[in-house]
Ligand binder design. Sequence first.
Ligand SMILES: Nc1ncnc2c1ncn2[C@@H]1O[C@H](COP(=O)(O)OP(=O)(O)OP(=O)(O)O)[C@@H](O)[C@H]1O
Ligand SMILES: [Mg+2]
Length: 348
Amino acid sequence: MLPGVAIDSASMSVDGNTLLRLTELTVDFASQEGTVHAVNRVSFDVAAGELVGLVGESGCGKSVTANAIIGLTGMVPNAAVSGAIDFLGKDLLTLPEPELRAIRGRDISMIFQDPVTSLNPVLSIERLMTEGLEVHLGLSHGDAVKRSIELLGEVGIPKAANRIKDYPHQFSGGMRQRVMIAIALSCNPKLLLADEPTTALDVTIQAQILRLLKSLSREHEAAVIVITHDLGVVAGMCQRILVMYAGRIVESGPAKPLFARPHHPYTIGLLKSVPRLNEPRADSLQTIMGLPPDLAHLPPGCAFAPRCFLATDECWAAGPELEPTDEGRMSACFHRDQLRAGETEAVA
Ligand SMILES: Nc1ncnc2c1ncn2[C@@H]1O[C@H](COP(=O)(O)OP(=O)(O)OP(=O)(O)O)[C@@H](O)[C@H]1O
Ligand SMILES: [Mg+2]
């Protein structure tokens, strides 16, 4: 268990109200080094209003997964995308671009890591905020301005009516990220993809933004996929966690039991690298030894085996599939039963 962070215990189970279903999503990029297997048969569901954390080290395929959901990967010339992304009964991978454009920004919106580069600096906050409201919701400019001011108030921008003519550079980093959230929520999306939404911010502001995102997603009844390399970020916010490694989901399940007893050695490693309140010294943090594999030259066995304290001969020979362990939980590890029984804690 992570002593430094609160776990969201509300609504741990996924109801039957599925909003998004990824089935065997696979994204390959052609490159000079060979085919980069960025996302490899990734399947998961997100229920309406659910808060899901997608976690893993740099380069494991988190952003490529999010970009595929919002339809950006298909535009990359060297990308080959397969599988299915079902959003409310429509496969986003086969949807014609005009229909996809209507969904993007309205039903599905995205918050990017860096509010400095993701807010166009030459447009005023008014222009940035009203465009979506006018295009997607058909509001008149006057109504769009009124709604924008309300939204800016909701995300905690003081004196919003006086700030709406300002430009992004006139706001601090934290305030810019609040504006991004206001824009992302403006058309009442059913799904919000938050790709490293707080990485560029200092720790105090990070916590404020995460709290804001969580409460607003509840008010707006939006499901959120929070993408981060830091398990600490999603621990206090998300109901369910998807752990990604080398393009695959290696563990998934409700947050509380997953943090209490991971069923994959990689999750154990990620947990050990999260700062804890009772261990304030940075040098007490552990990192996972070694590096993730080259996605153009994946090993034949489990991609985590070279870094794993539990690896045995079978792990080097073949890759384990993602299979159920406990209720609602899955793990892609040959040693999942041992981990489930807590037999490995002394070694971990
Ligand atoms: N257009 C592309 N051509 C070739 N490889 C690509 C392309 N886009 C992404 N990749 C590769 O796909 C892999 C997954 O990248 P992705 O951006 O999804 O990682 P990530 O998990 O979001 O990492 P980070 O935490 O650093 O943001 C990386 O190895 C990346 O280099
Ligand atoms: Mg990324």
